[in-house]
Design a protein around this ligand. Sequence first.
Ligand SMILES: [Zn+2]
Length: 102
Amino acid sequence: METTIACPACRKKHPLPTQSPACTRCGLDFTSLMEVRDAAARARRHALDHLRAGAYEDALASATESWNLQHHAASARIAYLTCLVQGDFDSAAEWRNSHRGT
Ligand SMILES: [Zn+2]
């Protein structure tokens, strides 16, 4: 679980939740970044809900959307499981490898 956010400009790490919407070192506004992270988290929750409901195409679409917004290992895991359940082992292997290093 992520407990910090690194400023994309100066790489200074800030604890989450941030007390300020801007980097305390360089002043970069985090608002847009936080919106993207929130959208990625929403898509990840939807993916998990779809997976639990057996709506595998929707699960994979939401997991992919989440992954495209933020390379979070949980999104890749959901996509991996969705591919496994569907018997798509080639795609599952790609998802398994995609989140290494995240
Ligand atoms: Zn900064």
